[in-house]
Write a protein that binds this ligand. Structure first.
Ligand code: SF4
Ligand code: SF4
Ligand code: SF4
Length: 216
């Protein structure tokens, strides 16, 4: 596995919450579906949030040029503990399981964090997800999960929502310098193909093989 591929997979790992994204982002970043709908299919770059830097300050909600923001919260199912009570869901965890739905004080101002029983009865495992239609990227749920929980909730710039501004407006105000530009595909993946193509053309006499050949 080459270095570009490893970097790419690490980057894609940040989007492992793709189940919460309906799979769109995952398809884009794995390149497994060329017909996936997104705004700039030929753009070699995307903007992304460096999760090692982001402190969920809330500016992603308001600074994006898109309204609502192209940023959304996701919950990574591989990191979530499926707790009875979730830090990102309710602010006071001292509520019995059966009362959480009706009485739990929501962290999200828009009640976008959903809770569903998975197994083990009312005190067993529960699935928490983000209703993307309601999420404005305020960062409240992600902040609590990262400060108190397992860091399974985080913010992503959705490639299918982002219009790929030349300079991301959020990057201009982010206090943690957490907005980064990254290749939307492994940056060295196509180099081999290009070099092979040039060699074949050179063999056919279409283009010079080397710069020296061009000069002579
Ligand atoms: S502006 Fe920066 S620090 Fe604030 S939520 Fe967005 S990426 Fe995170
Ligand atoms: S708390 Fe904020 S970031 Fe979390 S789901 Fe609600 S709107 Fe989205
Ligand atoms: S590049 Fe533009 S559309 Fe995309 S997240 Fe930044 S400000 Fe929003």
């Amino acid at each position: 596995m080459n270095a570009g591929r490893r970097r790419f997979i690490r980057f894609g790992g940040q989007l492992i919450g793709a189940s919460a994204l309906g799979g769109t982002a995952w398809r884009i970043f794995t390149g497994s579906d060329a017909s996936a709908e997104f705004s700039q299919p030929n753009n070699p770059y995307v903007w992304r949030i460096n999760l090692d830097k982001c402190n969920f300050c809330g500016l992603c909600e308001t600074a994006c040029v898109r309204k609502p923001s192209a940023v959304k919260a996701v919950n990574d199912p591989t990191k979530c503990s499926y707790c009875v009570a979730c830090y990102g869901h309710i602010s006071d965890l001292n509520v019995s399981s059966e009362m959480i739905q009706d009485k739990g004080v929501r962290v999200c101002p828009y009640d976008a964090v959903t809770r569903k029983q998975l197994s083990g009865g009312k005190d067993g495992y529960h699935i928490y997800a983000i209703d993307e239609a309601k999420c404005t990227a305020c960062g409240k749920c992600t902040k609590r999960c990262n400060e108190l929980g397992t860091k399974s909730m985080f913010l992503v710039i959705r490639p299918d929502l982002c219009i790929g501004c030349n300079r991301c407006n959020i990057s201009a105000v982010c206090p943690k310098n957490a907005i980064e530009r990254a290749h939307s595909y492994p940056e060295d993946d196509f180099k081999g193909d290009y070099e092979l193509e040039m060699q074949m053309k050179a063999a056919e006499g279409e283009v010079p093989d080397t710069p020296n050949a061009q000069e002579s």
